[in-house]
Design a protein around this ligand. Structure first.
Ligand code: BG6
Length: 482
């Protein structure tokens, strides 16, 4: 592993993302020994004029249960590593002060003994990415003669459509090389998403089955049982497709559908993801159902006539040898009846079935990303007893049981650690992002013009019934229980 001075700079340090995700992930890495206090310093930067101590007070409550003595001790040491610099996002003066603070730290840690590493985490809205990147490039690059690096981490939403995303990519691309840019999609940091390639390519069971000859349909679902709560203004500009489907669910689709990469090198994996995205055909309007929960417009920051979807079901079709004819159903919604994210792979019926067991449901392989990570297979077995009846049962690998006591890391923890290590496998490459926007931009523009309408649904429900009808039309057989 690389050694030497490491400065982690969180821009937008007083915002929500930094408080709820970035700082807690850094603290967990620190507690587990991944951030060596002899090398690391953390800088918060934002416009708000506060002191180091005030920033520490603001984030403290998000980091630990202070009653836990072991954590409380680690917390006070961790907080001492954090310094704060305030300044605007578009003026050199603030960034020069930031650079001075980082350099002082590097000198104090005697960075001549090793390289100096500067990681800039932009917990900011994309509108300021170009100016912030320009300021970093002008004022804050790593100046060590002994090597080291400067890396930039950006969050979604990376643009609003193909054109704006490409523009953003070019602006940042003029300043930094692709190898320095880490586009986070936190779904790629989830345990069972990272497990996908192992599952598919290290198990003989799945290899011959994973195709159009055996699979009837694939469903990738995201549900939340709460609404946009306090984020109405942001959300209304984006909607559920940009917020969840075009990024998180599409990334999961890539891992389910891609061909085997020639190796585990990040570029080989990302090449295959791009190929499968390029094989997706344009989305047809009759394979889309949009919804908006009743009460969404009560938020003061949401216009009274908003058509922004808080729910969407769309069917993607992949035009290649493996998947022709298999619907990939992507479904996401807020204010639904449960909170869950899962992949459901439904297999075709058994031909010439002498038990007539299709009636009880199909073979289905379910990967539950959250909550309670699990994989299970629904299959038909003989009902125990004297009769020769069949019943649907499950082969179940629930992580909570099988890996008792093993802590599953938070997505952000892993991804930040990857950025420090320089591993880009779980980050979205520029060309990947471009194709992802190509797939959804025509539909998004039609929605923005009001040509595709959102159907109202009751909060706490399954979403509009039209979505279930679309699933049925696509050949999905509703299964029960489990
Ligand atoms: C974010 C979305 O990217 O993902 C939020 O902006 C959503 O709207 C969140 O709530 C869901 O993440 P997770 O990890 O809780 O499934």
């Amino acid at each position: 592993p690389e050694t030497g001075c490491l400065s982690i700079i969180v821009l937008g340090a007083s915002g929500d993302l930094a408080k709820k995700k970035t700082f807690p992930a850094l603290f967990n890495l620190y507690r587990q020994g991944f951030l060596n206090p002899d090398e690391v310093h953390i800088f918060g930067y934002a416009r708000t004029k506060i002191s180091d101590e005030e920033l520490r007070d603001r984030i403290r409550g998000y980091l630990v249960d202070e009653k836990n003595a072991e954590q409380a001790e680690a917390l006070s040491k961790f907080l001492q590593l954090i310094k704060y610099v305030s300044g605007p996002y578009d003026a050199e003066e603030g960034f020069q002060r930031l650079d001075k603070a980082i350099s002082e730290h590097e000198i104090s840690k005697n960075s001549t003994e090793g390289s100096s590493r500067r990681l800039f985490y932009l917990a900011l809205p994309p509108s300021v990415y170009p100016s912030v990147c320009k300021m970093i490039k002008t004022c804050c690059m790593n100046k060590s003669d002994l090597g080291g690096w400067t890396r930039i981490v950006v969050e979604k939403p990376f643009g609003k459509d193909l054109e704006s995303a490409e523009q953003l990519s070019s602006q940042i691309g003029e300043l930094f090389d692709e190898s320095q840019i880490y586009r986070i999609d936190h779904y790629l940091g989830k345990e069972l998403v990272q497990n996908m390639l192992v599952l598919r390519f290290a198990n003989r069971f799945f290899l011959p089955l994973w195709n159009r000859d055996n699979i009837e349909n694939v469903q990738i679902v995201f549900r939340e049982d709460f609404g946009t709560e306090g984020r109405g203004g942001y959300f209304d500009e984006y909607g559920i497709i940009r917020d969840i489907i075009q990024n998180h669910l599409l990334q999961v689709l890539c891992l389910v559908a891609m061909e085997k990469p020639i190796s585990l090198k990040p570029e080989h994996i990302r090449d295959e993801k791009v190929k499968v995205l390029q094989s997706v055909v344009p989305i047809s309007d009759d394979e889309v159902v949009l919804g908006q929960y009743e009460g969404y417009r009560d938020d003061d920051t949401v216009p009274n006539d908003s058509n922004t979807p808080t729910f969407a079901t769309t069917i993607l079709r992949i035009h290649n040898e493996r998947w022709e004819g298999v619907p990939f159903i992507l479904k996401a919604g807020k204010a639904l009846n449960s909170r869950k994210a899962e992949i459901r792979i439904q297999f075709k019926d058994v031909p010439g079935d002498i038990f007539r067991c299709q009636k009880q449901g199909r073979n289905e392989f379910v990967i539950r990303l959250q909550p309670s990570e699990a994989m299970y297979m629904k299959l038909t077995v003989k009902q125990p007893g004297l009769d020769m009846n069949t019943v649907q049962s499950e082969l179940d690998l629930s992580y909570g049981q099988r890996y008792q006591g093993v802590a599953i890391p938070e997505a952000y923890e892993r991804l930040i650690l990857d950025t420090i290590k320089g591993d880009q496998q779980h980050f979205v490459r520029r060309d990947e992002l471009k194709v992802a926007w190509e797939i959804f931009t025509p539909l998004l523009h039609r929605i923005d013009k009001g040509e595709v309408k959102s159907i109202p649904y009751k909060p706490g429900s399954r979403g509009p019934k039209e979505a279930d009808q679309l699933l049925e039309k696509a050949g999905y057989l509703q299964t029960h229980g489990y």
